[in-house]
Each structure stands twice: as C-alpha cells, then as structure tokens.
Design a protein around this ligand. Structure first.
Ligand code: PBG
Length: 326
C-alpha cells in the first residue's frame, strides 16, 4: 500500500548517531582552537576573574603549567595578554623588554617548544592608564598616527621576545602596514601578522575589561566599528590584506557571523574569529542557572562560528573543548 507523503525525506540522514556523524559538514579539531591567556605582573598565584568563571589572570608559574596543558591538548595556539602593575599615558610597559607581556612571551615560547603557536595581543589598552588602545592628543582623541609609532615599537619588542604571531587589535588606520614595515626593518621579516580586521565596538568585551583591569571610561567608537555596518567589515578586511596581513580576524564572533561569512567567501588568507569574553560569560551564566545545557551550548556556539567560515577560533573554552573532541 502506498502511503501518501513527502518525497523528500531529509530525516533519513538524521536517524542514527553514526549516520549523523558521517554526514556532518563541520567538525571541530583541537588544532584550530586558540586559547587566550591573561598574565598578571607580580601575581604569585592565579587570580580569578569574577565575570569569567573558570578564567584566571595567570602568574608566570601558572602560565607555564597552562602552556604545557595546551601543548598536551594539541590546540593550535595561545594568545597572550599582559596585565601590567603600572600603567601610564603612552603604555610604556608594552615596549619594555621587561614588561609583563614580553616576559610572558619568553616563558611561553620556552615552554611550548614546537607544540603550538605563541601569539601576542598588539594593542596599548592593557598598558595605558586611560585604557584607550592608543595615545591621546590634547583633546583626548586617540591620535592615529602617533599610535602607529607606538605599535611599531611594540611589534619589534614582541618579535624580539619571540612572539610567533602578532595580533594587531587596536583598529588604527594603517596599523598593519606600519607594523609590517617596522618588523621588516628590524630583521623580523618572517614574523607574521594576524590583523583583527573587522573589530566592532562591542558590549561583549565587558568582562575583558575586568580581566585586564582596564580603567577605560567611555567607549572605543571612534576607532572600533559600528555594529550596524556589514559592508565596512569587508572594507577593513580588504585594507588589512592589502597592507600585508597574513591572517585576518572577525571579532566578536556570534553577533557577526554575516561579516565572518562574507570574509570567508572572499579572503585569500585564513580567516579567524574571536569568541570574546562576553560571549563566554553569557553561556557560563545561563548554564550556572541551569537554563541551558553547558556543554551543548559551548559546542554549538563554536560549531556555528566554524560553519560560518572561521578557519580557527579563539575561545576561552579551547582546552575544555579539545578534551571533549578527542
Ligand atoms: C584589545 C582587545 C580587546 C579584546 C581583545 N583585544 C578589548 C577591546 O578591544 O575593547 C577583547 C577580548 C574579549 O573580550 O574577550 N587589546
């Protein structure tokens, strides 16, 4: 007897776990996960970050341990952020070879060996007392070209400390070309640049401010992008690639999957995405209330970012995810 019904039955391929696994279009692999790490100057113990449960500001000792764990987990890399004890108007700690980020880089590189790629955030906000990503002019406006001079020096200091990929996150015009030039001029022509190309002025960076003890008042809207703009994301990507970016990034991730998909469709270089502190905090908070299934929500969020086109993802869950994937 013929039963009348649909002729197209996509459910055939969803019937068993084995079939679903076989037809999955996107998979996660530890090698495409990057773990952001905060390292606090003067800390003798790891310091918890209250708005990011499970994430800490590392001491140099706990940094060594987490780098060893990251290497053992087979993740692709780590991204280091420094939390200096002293901040000033120009972010002197960023260019000091003895500054916390450069010290942490040396430690991480020594610990990691060839197991993963040690990356560094190249931006002044962790180091300035006003909390902006650049230096200010007399009116308090972030001075683009004066900041480029600082970024050039910061890039050379990071390369000298052994950073294997510089993450330019400051959103100054011309920053990729400026740092590329400084690296090439100082014998670091083979150090690659990851450009935070499309970086939006986002509320989802909230917990990060606590993580790096930023004193920022106001916002970053004169240099980071307006969340309303998709086309502008494509323009920023094109500019950074033309200036010599080796890898480009979209940030945040979950609210910008269209920008990410656009980038993935056209970029000749790898496209990464940063699942930022607020994205982490949201899922952790909901899971802590029992409102969502924590593991499923984490996996789905990162799968979604990969499916939209990210070749690799920076996520605070990198280590835990890597363990689940194995
Ligand atoms: C800039 C930088 C920020 C983040 C990464 N690099 C802060 C900002 O631009 O406001 C945010 C990362 C996160 O929220 O997880 N140094």
């Amino acid at each position: 007897m013929t039963v009348l019904g649909p002729t197209d039955r996509p459910r055939r391929l969803r019937a068993t776990p084995a079939m679903r696994r076989l037809v999955a279009e996107t998979r996660l692999h530890p090698a495409e996960l990057i773990l952001p790490l905060f390292v606090r100057e003067g800390a003798s113990e790891p310091v918890p970050i209250s708005s990011m449960p499970g994430v800490v500001q590392h001491s140099t000792d706990s940094l060594k341990r987490v780098v060893a764990d990251a290497a053992a987990a087979g993740i692709g890399g780590i991204m280091l952020f420094g939390v200096p004890e002293h901040k000033d108007a120009v972010g002197s700690g960023a260019t000091d070879p003895g500054g916390i980020l450069n010290v942490a880089t040396r430690i991480a590189v020594a610990e990691a060996g060839d197991a993963l790629v040690v990356q560094t955030d190249l931006c002044l906000d962790e180091f300035t007392d006003h909390g902006h990503c650049g230096v200010l002019d007399a009116k308090g406006y972030v001075d683009n070209d004066a900041t480029l001079e600082r970024y050039r020096d910061m890039g050379v200091a990071q390369a000298e400390a052994g950073s294997q990929l510089l993450g330019l996150s400051g959103m100054m015009d011309g920053q990729v070309a400026a740092v590329r030039d400084a690296l090439d001029d100082s014998g670091h022509g083979s150090t690659p640049i990851l450009a935070y190309a499309a970086k939006y002025a986002s509320a989802f960076y909230g917990p990060f401010r606590e993580a790096v003890q930023s004193s920022l008042e106001g916002d970053r809207r004169t240099y980071q992008q307006d969340p309303a703009n998709r086309r502008e994301g494509a323009r920023e990507l094109d500019l950074d690639i033309a200036e010599g970016a080796d890898i480009v990034m979209v940030k945040p991730a979950m609210s910008y999957l269209d920008v990410l998909a656009d980038a993935a469709a056209t970029s000749p270089v790898p496209v990464w995405a940063y699942q930022v502190s607020g994205e982490y905090a949201m899922i952790e908070a909901a899971a802590a209330h029992g409102w969502i299934d924590r593991r499923r929500a984490i996996e789905e969020s990162v799968i979604g970012i990969r499916r939209a086109g990210a070749d690799a993802v920076l996520t605070y869950w990198a280590l835990e995810l890597a363990e689940w994937i194995r």
